[in-house]
Design a protein around this ligand. Structure first.
Ligand code: NAP
Length: 314
């Protein structure tokens, strides 16, 4: 092992990375803090979601790889990296179960008002049981609309079947395989919005999906519907959602992701009762985060050694 830092690869990383990642790196590279200007960087390791744009890629001609801890790469200009011959790695496939579990938890919690109920049960006003109080919406037997029937969307659909839900989905491409395997039915975007009791967003953030759920789309949803976002915050227009929830034009929303993230502490969404917000916990289990650490570090070293990345964004 090299002890001389001058000979080690220099990896720009948005520190602090977790102990799991540090264990795997085992001192084999020098981690350079994100904002430290330096003339030599051999790789970029993105742990949170800092922006990696073309101007940044242009700064270090010797850059060999960008390795992302996570599957979503909307914060990285993949096209620019590809044009510069820099491979971008991510961690697809191993976080689908954990993220779908969280989507389902949010859906159950928002539908049945769990967080509101917890707050009430701890507070001074809960002095006797009231059967007419805090009624939620049923999940079993309801219709779920999955926007983005990809890896995570399919896992959500599997769970929905266990709750006897009718499963609608929307993608740009219809998937016969998903329909047969998951008993899901294809819907146009508008059909999905109008007919679902639970709308779960599992699309990547792209130019097409940015702001995809705005005022018009929220108005198309049933007033009894719940919106769950485990994709990226910017897929939803936060101000339009605030208005719809404040006016009780929706039953509830549950967001694992927001734009910006975190929301400013005085954001009006944070003042509403009919919303649950989690701090981007989709893949946050010990087991999944360990696998993400392994994949992202394998990608990092493959790139540094000039080898093909095992998990490369195309
Ligand atoms: P994936 O397998 O690529 O699935 C994405 C799905 O979205 C595909 O079925 C795709 O189908 C559909 N889609 C893409 N663009 C669309 C559009 N314009 N309109 C309608 N459908 C569209 O991705 P994944 O691994 O499931 O991950 C999805 C996203 O979840 C990631 O990009 C990431 O941002 C987010 N994520 C969040 C967390 C979290 O912690 N909350 C964790 C993991 C991932 P078509 O190509 O046929 O349209």
């Amino acid at each position: 092992m090299h002890s001389d830092t001058a000979t080690k690869a220099r990896v720009l990383a948005d520190l602090p990375v977790s102990d799991a990642v540090l264990d795997l790196i085992a001192g084999r590279v020098e981690l350079v803090p994100w904002d430290s200007a330096t003339d030599r960087i051999d790789a970029i390791y993105t742990y949170g979601h800092p922006t990696v744009d073309d101007a940044m890629l242009a700064r270090w001609p010797g850059l060999k790889v960008v390795s992302n801890f996570g599957v979503g790469v909307d914060h990285i200009d993949v096209k620019a990296a590809t044009q510069r011959g820099i491979p971008v790695g991510n961690t697809p496939g191993i976080l689908d179960g954990a993220t779908a579990d969280l989507a389902f938890s949010l859906m159950l919690a928002a539908g049945r008002r769990l967080v509101e109920g917890d707050r009430y049960a701890r507070g001074p006003d809960f002095l006797r049981f009231d059967p007419s109080f805090m009624l939620g919406r049923e999940i079993h037997g309801a219709t779920i609309g999955i926007f983005g029937m990809g890896r995570i969307g399919r896992q959500v659909a599997k769970r929905a079947r266990g709750f006897d839900m009718t499963v609608l989905y929307h993608n740009r491409t219809k998937s016969d395989e998903a329909e047969i395997a998951l008993g899901a039915r294809y819907a146009t975007r508008d059909e999905l919005l109008a007919n679902s009791d639970y709308i779960v967003l599992t699309v990547p953030l792209t130019a097409e999906t940015r702001g995809m759920i705005g005022r018009k789309e929220l108005a198309m949803m049933k007033p009894t519907a719940t919106l769950v976002n485990v994709a990226r915050g910017a897929v939803v227009d936060a101000m339009a959602l605030t208005e719809a929830l404040a006016a009780k034009r929706l039953h509830a929303a549950a967001l694992d992701v927001t734009d910006p993230e975190p929301l400013p502490r005085d954001h009006p969404l944070l003042k509403l009762n009919n919303i649950i917000i989690t701090p981007h916990l989709g893949s946050a289990t010990v087991e999944t985060r360990r696998k993400m650490a392994e994949m992202s570090v394998v990608n990092l070293f493959a790139g540094l050694e000039g080898q093909p990345l095992p998990y490369r964004v195309m």
